[in-house]
Every structure is written in structure tokens, then in C-alpha cells.
Design a protein around this ligand. Structure first.
Ligand code: URP
Ligand code: ZN
Ligand code: ZN
Ligand code: ZN
Length: 479
């Protein structure tokens, strides 16, 4: 089954040029001028449009059991939303309960994800520690295509990883050629401030940002980076939302450390005024961690994106409906944390990034696909348009417009944090594994057609890390 895309402009993270592109099976097999299609080929006219690598969202939580409920978008609906927005792959999170076997949780999530319409892979969270956890990490890396492990420094009394866990797990990651990732917020401070707010009678959603000020993230970001640097391990910070955390990453990078930063489309564009909304439902719909921030943090995030301190964009798609959010009606700390966005991420970045002159279309590709593929060792299979790469593509119409709204989004929830945002330049066709998956507003992919993506250990950045480790071996003094 082949597919010829004719007359479009190919945009990669490096260059833009006009060419036809032929896909056969799930691969790109030819790129060139005036390609002659095989007889049975399906032909798409992409004149006036851009052909880019399908988006990769490195941070989603489909069907996540969390805070006493389960996220409303599962792997079926969540990946439909992804395809509708030009994203062809997600990296979701296996989050074992404390004391649960990592492999048991991993297989549980693999089962849930079988109904995916788009491709998927998994980070695995380290929520507890004993020697068996290290052994299971090794099994996941060597036999199950996992090369990244997540650590929640917040969520005390649930899944929080304390410093001793970070040290053990980061050490193991380094030994295995995997990358540790962190949700950087000081869980002890959050817990203390949540109790303080509630005891002062601040029980509404406005208590959420008050219990998670930017210094809470800054402290944890600096701590996680320092622990990783001390051990010689790389580190990836998810959902960086503050100037303090951007500064911490920049400082470490300037000092030669291997540190990566991810930013969410939401944190780049939504500010903390949402928590002052007098409508409880609307304010609660924005409760996620870290919270939306005052505007000067957004400026710092954009500068981080432009300057290369933040390399990837994600969504943290973790959708809870109004009824679920109501679990925290009398106490904001019980509102399930999470917002949607997997559908809107690329459009928001195009509108607020490319159309506002902050980034180029090539940088857009790097930020929405290529950099994630490189860091998590999927490149050049994903995140790339070249012969031999996977045919995961998005055809972008820079002249078409739409207004984002919960009324028209694919997610199962009633609110959108991007409600009313006008987008000029939209994904019109999404091609996943060489097949039309989403075309002009219609879903063509079937549930179960998404494929699991194996991610081998030792991403290219490890070469320098391993060398440094060898050169810096401590030596005893001969006496
Ligand atoms: O509020 C959020 N972000 N919910 C999902 C879990 C997490 O912290 O990433
Ligand atoms: Zn297994
Ligand atoms: Zn998080
Ligand atoms: Zn998350």
C-alpha cells in the first residue's frame, strides 16, 4: 500500500524544500521531484502546504489512575485527539503503585494501550525502592524498550520519590544508559502549604497556585540537577514552568552538564489569572501541577525555548471532567490534577511561536518532534523526513484557520484550557505508519493500529557521558 504526497514543501528541523514524497508500507521510500507513483498508489495533493514529521508528545497520561479516579481520555480517545492535532506518537507513563512490581505495571499499561490509534511508548516511574526495583529497571531497559524513568518529587504520601530514591535510581539509570526524568516540585513544601491554605479557609482552586509557588519548583529543579550532576547522570526535567527552573537548567548546561528541559503548550500560553475565575468549574478545570504561572514566567519559558535551554514541547495530557474535578469542591488539594492538550499542542506552538515570530518553522519541527526523538533515542526513525524513516507525517495548511474549543475537540472533557484561541495554520492530514490516519476533520485510523515503539538505551548523548565517566574514575593514592 503506497501513498504519494505531491507538490508540498518538506519542512524538517534543518531545512525546507519542495519535493514529492512516496511512502510504502510504514516507511518513506523516495523523496524527489515529479515522482511517478506506483499504479495502486493513493495520491495526495499538498500544493501550498507543508509536510512535517508527525508530532511526538513526550508527556501524556491516558487512562491514568490518579488521586482517587481515572483520567477520562484513555488510549483510544487520547490518541484520536493526538492524530487530530498532527501528533503521531506519544510517550506515556507507567506509574506503579508503591511496592508494585514495575514489570507488572508495565504490562498492565501495555494492555490498556492496545486500543491506541497512534503510536506509543512508555517512561516508567520509580515510586519506591529496593534492590528488586533496580533489577526490574534492567529488565525493562534490556528486554522491553524502555530507556527513561520518571521521578515525581511531589505528591507526598502517594508516588513521591525522596532523595534516597533519586540517588539509587539515577545511579541505576547511568549504569543502564537510560535517562532519569523528574517532576520537579518540593513535595514537603507543597504538603505544608496545602495544609496551611486549607487551615486559613482558602479551600477553592486559588489555593492550588498558592500552595505551589515558583520557588517550590526552583528548589526541586536545582536539587534534582545537582544530584544528577554529582553522579554524572543525564537528567530531563518535565513540564518546566518557572524562571527559576529555566535558570537552573541553563546554569547546568553552561557548566557542561547533560540536562534537558521540556515545556508544555499550556505553560507557554496560559497564566495564573485563571485561578481567580469566580466560576468554580472553570478555575478547577485549570488545576494541574505545576500550576499556571504569572506572565513573567511565560516570558522566561519562551526565552528558554528560543535559546535552546528547553528542547521539547509536551502537554501532560491528563484529562479530568467536571464531575471528577468536583471531588475537590471543598478542598482544592483533592481536585484531580491535570488538563488536556495533546490535540492542541502543535497548533498553539504554531500560532504563538511561528506566527508571532518567536521561532522558525524549522525550529517548530525540532521542538514538536525531532528533539524528543533525539533525546529519547527514536531518531532518525521518528522525528525525521528522509528515505528509510517511518512514514509518520503531518500535512500542515498554513492558510487555514480555526478556533480552539471544547465544543469541537476530541478529548472526552468539557473544558479546554485553550478555549477561544484563534489558530492560523492547522494540521489537515495526519499520516501514521504510512496510512492516512486523520484527514480533513475525519478519523481514518482504527483503534489498535497504533504501534508500540521500542526505545533502545544509550541515546547518542551518552557517548560523551560514558567517556567523561571513564576519564573521571576516582583513583586511590598508592602509599
Ligand atoms: O497535574 C498533572 N500534571 N497531572 C499529571 C501528573 C503529573 O504531575 O504529571
Ligand atoms: Zn515482560
Ligand atoms: Zn508532573
Ligand atoms: Zn505528567
Amino acid at each position: 500500500m503506497s501513498l504519494l504526497i505531491k507538490g508540498g514543501t518538506i519542512v524538517t528541523h534543518e531545512e525546507s524544500y519542495q519535493a514529492d514524497l512516496l511512502c510504502d508500507g510504514n516507511l518513506i521510500v523516495e523523496i524527489g521531484q515529479n515522482l511517478t507513483p506506483p499504479e495502486d498508489a493513493e495520491i495526495i495533493d499538498a500544493s501550498g502546504k507543508l509536510i512535517m514529521p508527525g508530532g511526538i508528545d513526550p508527556h501524556t497520561h491516558m487512562q491514568l489512575p490518579f488521586m482517587g479516579t481515572v483520567a477520562k481520555d484513555d488510549f483510544a480517545s487520547g490518541t484520536v485527539a493526538a492524530l487530530a492535532g498532527g501528533t503521531t506518537s506519544i510517550i506515556d507513563f507507567v506509574i506503579p503503585n508503591p511496592q508494585q512490581s514495575l514489570l507488572e505495571a508495565y504490562h498492565q499499561w501495555r494492555g490498556w494501550a492496545e486500543k491506541s490509534h497512534a503510536n506509543y511508548s512508555f517512561h516508567v516511574a520509580i515510586t519506591w525502592w529496593d534492590d528488586s526495583v533496580g533489577t526490574e529497571m534492567e529488565n525493562l531497559v534490556k528486554n522491553h524498550g524502555v530507556n527513561s524513568f520518571k521521578h515525581f518529587m511531589a505528591y507526598k504520601n502517594a508516588i513521591m520519590a525522596t532523595d534516597d530514591i533519586l540517588v539509587s535510581s539515577f545511579t541505576k539509570c547511568l549504569e543502564l544508559g537510560a535517562i532519569p526524568t523528574v517532576h520537579a516540585e518540593n513535595g514537603e513544601l507543597v504538603y505544608h502549604l496545602q495544609n496551611k491554605m486549607v487551615s486559613q479557609g482558602i479551600t477553592g482552586p486559588e489555593g492550588h497556585p498558592l500552595s505551589r509557588p515558583s520557588s517550590v519548583e526552583g528548589e526541586a529543579a536545582n536539587r534534582a540537577i545537582s544530584i544528577a550532576n554529582t553522579l554524572g547522570a543525564p537528567i530531563y526535567l518535565v513540564h518546566v514552568s518557572t524562571e527559576e527552573a529555566v535558570d537552573a537548567i541553563r546554569y547546568a548546561k553552561d557548566h557542561g552538564h547533560t540536562v534537558f528541559g521540556e515545556v508544555l503548550a499550556g505553560h507557554l500560553t496560559v497564566d495564573d489569572s485563571v485561578y481567580q475565575n469566580t466560576d468554580w468549574e472553570t478555575a478547577a478545570a485549570h488545576v494541574m501541577s505545576p500550576p499556571f504561572r504569572p506572565k513573567h514566567h511565560q516570558d522566561a519559558l519562551w526565552k528558554g525555548v528560543q535559546g535552546g535551554t528547553l528542547q521539547t514541547t509536551a502537554t501532560d495530557h491528563c484529562a479530568f471532567c467536571v464531575e471528577q474535578k468536583s471531588m475537590g469542591k471543598d478542598d482544592f488539594s483533592k481536585i484531580p490534577n491535570g488538563t488536556a492538550g495533546v490535540e492542541e499542542r502543535m497548533m498553539v506552538l504554531w500560532e504563538k511561536g511561528v506566527n508571532e515570530g518567536k521561532i522558525t518553522p524549522n525550529e517548530f519541527v525540532a521542538l514538536t518532534s525531532t528533539n524528543t526523538a533525539k533525546i529519547f533515542n527514536l531518531y532518525p526513525r521518528k522525528g525525521c523526513i528522509r528515505v528509510g524513516a517511518d512514514a509518520d507525517l503531518v500535512i500542515w495548511n498554513p492558510s487555514a484557520s480555526k478556533v480552539l474549543s471544547a465544543k469541537t475537540h476530541q478529548s472526552n472533557i468539557e473544558h479546554s484550557i485553550f478555549e477561544g484561541m484563534e489558530i492560523n495554520g492547522i494540521p489537515e492530514t495526519t499520516i501514521c505508519n504510512g496510512k492516512l490516519a486523520w484527514h480533513e476533520g475525519k478519523l481514518l485510523a482504527k483503534s489498535g493500529e497504533g504501534q508500540y515503539i521500542d526505545r533502545p538505551a544509550y541515546a547518542p548523548f551518552y557517548e560523551a557521558l560514558t567517556k567523561r565517566q571513564e576519564l573521571n574514575q576516582p583513583k586511590a593514592v598508592n602509599r
